[in-house]
Structures are given as structure tokens and as C-alpha cells.
Design a protein around this ligand. Structure first.
Ligand SMILES: Cc1ncc(COP(=O)(O)O)c(C=O)c1O
Length: 361
């Protein structure tokens, strides 16, 4: 089968709309759990079946970025160093419960680390496909968890094509296709609102690669809004890398579907997704919140990285791209609440950070 047909078929098979939630009810939060599993009543997994390492409920810190104080969720503090653990914990819990013994996954690195870690925790075998030029620390992490690491020559799209074929004979634990993953990432929205005293922020600035957080946030905030827990859905500001911006390019022309590009080099490897499978849903989600897409270039990413490290926050360049986006988008009206995140730990990108530092000498 042609790869395009296979992708469409896989997307239809893993339909995001197929999961429905009961109304959100603050009284049903499991306050004894200091992790994202405190919301287990609203997850498609019973708490006794959770594959968990105590992930989530990350601090929401006020950080001064330029002259403004912004709430920054410390998502670099997850067991594997990125928020992808939200999705991996729920998805691997589901896979374990279903009796799955082997999974296939493809990623630009961090989602692979997360699936590999939670597969190890659940005693499930896994094959992780990544582009050959992925940061070495992420490759080491995947291998250390005991996963079978497959390096694919070519870009992120070539990697996905290889994984799609392999997934025909296994369970596809994809962070982009599998809707259970988004059930995990939606907890980001629950946590933000709980940490703000059940008030929705005005604006949330997010990275936009394959949309695990953009769509997870949209699902979570919408759920709270439709359950009358919050009074509005925040505007989502979705940040892409200038050299790989299929969503921004489409959105700015008023199109509903991504304009698939070839990905040029960017320091922000995690959002260098030229053909996001849920691109249409991402554009719709951002538009529904009256949000915007913006792009940042590598110089802006480097400046944002330096700004954060100078304050003691060690984050990877992909994570700095979101902060660069926030700085660019920042026309903060007095009194408005803006939230963003540190999406990935700096220890995952030692080589890239070293090259940035060396360039200054
Ligand atoms: C550190 C980091 N930030 C952001 C992203 C963006 O991911 P997505 O748009 O799929 O949520 C990724 C994806 O791998 C990542 O690794």
C-alpha cells in the first residue's frame, strides 16, 4: 500500500473523537496523588492499572522573561525529561491492560524516550524508530531502557514511514496517531487550571510539532469549559520553527490543512515536523481558541535559550523555541495571565548546547 494511504487509514483507525469523557468534576480529583494520575477518574484507565513513575503535577513557576512575569510549567522535570511522559504513561497503561507485549513507535527523540521508559516499566518490548541525526543523549536514553533502537537515514517523515510498516505487525504506540496518548497530554490543561485556582489562563504558548500538547491542551481545556469548571478556553499560541512551518504557512493563508514542506535545518529538532498527521486538527484547534501560529528562527531560539540558562533553567533548544515564541508573541496586556512550559531538559541536547556555547568563544 502507498504510504499516503497507509497514513490515512491509520489516522482513521485511531480516531481522536472516539473517546468520550464524563463531565469533569473537581470533587472527583484524587487529592492524595501528587501526580497527573490525580485525574484518573477522567482518564481511560483504572488507577490500579496505571503504569506510573509518579509523573506530572509539575510546578507552575512564575518566571521573569524579559520584563514580564510568566507562568512556566516545569515539564522538563518528568522521569525522562520531557512532558511526553504524560502521554506515554497513559498509553502504556492502556497497552498493558490490553495484553500487548510488543509496541512500535517513531519519534524525533523525546516521545521515543518516553515510550521506551514506560515500556520498560510495564515489561513490554518495543522498537523505537528515530532519524539517524537525533541527539545522542536521546539515543542513549532509548537504548538504556532496553528498547530496540532503529536509526533511519532521512528525515522525520522517512522515519514515520518505516514505523508505519513495522506497526502492521505490532501495536502502534504512536504519540501522533494513537488517541490514548492525547488523553495523557490533556492533563497539562487540568493541572494549569487547578494550579491557578480553577481559573483559565488568557493565553497558553505551546510548541507545535505533531501537536501532542496543542491537541492535548485543547481537549483538556475544552473538557473543563464544557463541564462549567472554567469560564473560557484560553487562546493557544502555537510555535513552529521558521525552517519547518507547515502549519504556520497554511494558517497565515487561511488554509485548513498543513502546507507540507521539506524541513530545513533547525536547532529545534522536536518541532521539525514537515508533515504533521494531525495538522488539520491542530489548525482547527488553534483557530477555535482565536489563537495564532508563529515562527521563530535559530537566532531567536539561541537568545531564548541563553535567557533561560542565565536564570538557572537548563532546557533543550526545542524547548527554548517555545520561549522564543512567547517573547515574540508577548504583547501582554496588564492583568492577563500567560502560561507556557519548559518542554524538554537541557541534558538531552548536550552537543547542540555545547556548539552554541563554543560559537561564542
Ligand atoms: C522538547 C520538545 N518540545 C516540544 C515538542 C513538540 O511536540 P508536539 O507538537 O508533538 O507536542 C517535542 C516533540 O518531540 C519535544 O521533544
Amino acid at each position: 500500500m502507498h504510504n499516503k494511504d497507509l497514513k490515512q487509514q491509520t489516522l482513521e483507525h485511531y480516531n481522536l473523537k472516539s473517546i468520550n469523557n464524563e463531565d469533569f468534576n473537581i470533587g472527583l480529583i484524587d487529592l492524595g496523588l501528587n501526580s497527573m494520575w490525580r485525574y484518573h477518574q477522567f482518564l481511560p484507565i483504572d488507577i490500579q492499572d496505571a503504569i506510573t513513575m509518579g509523573e506530572g503535577f509539575t510546578p507552575l513557576l512564575k518566571v521573569e522573561l524579559l520584563d514580564k512575569k510568566i507562568f512556566v510549567k516545569q515539564e522538563q522535570l518528568f522521569p525522562t525529561g520531557s512532558y511526553k511522559d504524560r502521554g506515554a504513561s497513559v498509553l502504556m497503561s492502556y497497552a498493558k491492560k490490553m495484553g500487548v507485549t510488543h509496541v512500535v513507535q517513531d519519534s524525533s527523540g523525546n516521545a521515543g524516550c518516553s515510550i521506551a521508559a514506560y515500556a520498560a516499566h510495564a515489561n513490554i518490548a518495543c522498537d523505537i524508530f528515530v532519524p539517524a541525526d537525533t541527539s545522542k543523549a536521546k539515543l542513549a536514553q532509548v537504548r538504556a531502557y532496553g528498547a530496540n533502537l532503529i536509526l533511519v537515514d532521512g528525515d522525520r517523515e522517512a522515519t514515520a514511514a518505516n514505523a508505519l510498516l513495522a506497526a502492521q505487525n505490532s501495536y502502534y504506540a504512536s504519540h501522533c496517531y494513537n488517541p490514548i496518548f492525547f488523553q495523557g497530554t490533556k492533563t497539562f490543561a487540568y493541572e494549569v487550571c487547578e494550579q491557578l485556582g480553577w481559573k483559565a489562563p488568557d493565553v497558553v504558548v505551546l510548541p507545535a510539532g505533531n501537536g501532542t500538547l496543542v491537541l492535548g491542551c485543547y481537549i483538556g481545556f475544552k473538557h473543563l469549559y464544557e463541564s462549567n469548571v472554567i469560564a473560557k478556553i484560553p487562546k493557544l499560541v502555537a510555535v513552529q520553527a521558521q525552517n519547518c512551518a507547515p502549519l504556520y504557512n497554511a494558517w497565515k493563508q487561511g488554509l485548513q490543512e498543513p502546507l507540507i514542506t521539506t524541513s530545513g535545518y533547525t536547532l529545534a529538532e522536536g518541532i521539525a515536523i514537515a508533515d504533521p498527521v494531525r495538522g488539520k486538527e491542530m489548525i482547527r484547534a488553534v483557530n477555535n481558541t482565536r489563537g495564532v501560529f508563529i515562527t521563530v528562527n535559530d537566532d531567536e531560539i539561541i537568545q531564548a535559550l541563553k535567557l533561560c540558562t542565565a536564570k538557572g533553567f537548563y532546557i533543550e533548544p526545542t524547548s527554548a523555541a517555545t520561549i522564543a515564541g512567547l517573547i515574540k508573541a508577548q504583547k501582554i496586556v496588564e492583568g492577563e495571565t500567560w502560561v507556557t512550559l519548559f518542554s524538554g531538559h537541557g541534558l538531552k541536547s548536550t552537543e547542540k548546547i555545547l556548539s552554541i556555547l563554543d560559537a561564542d568563544n
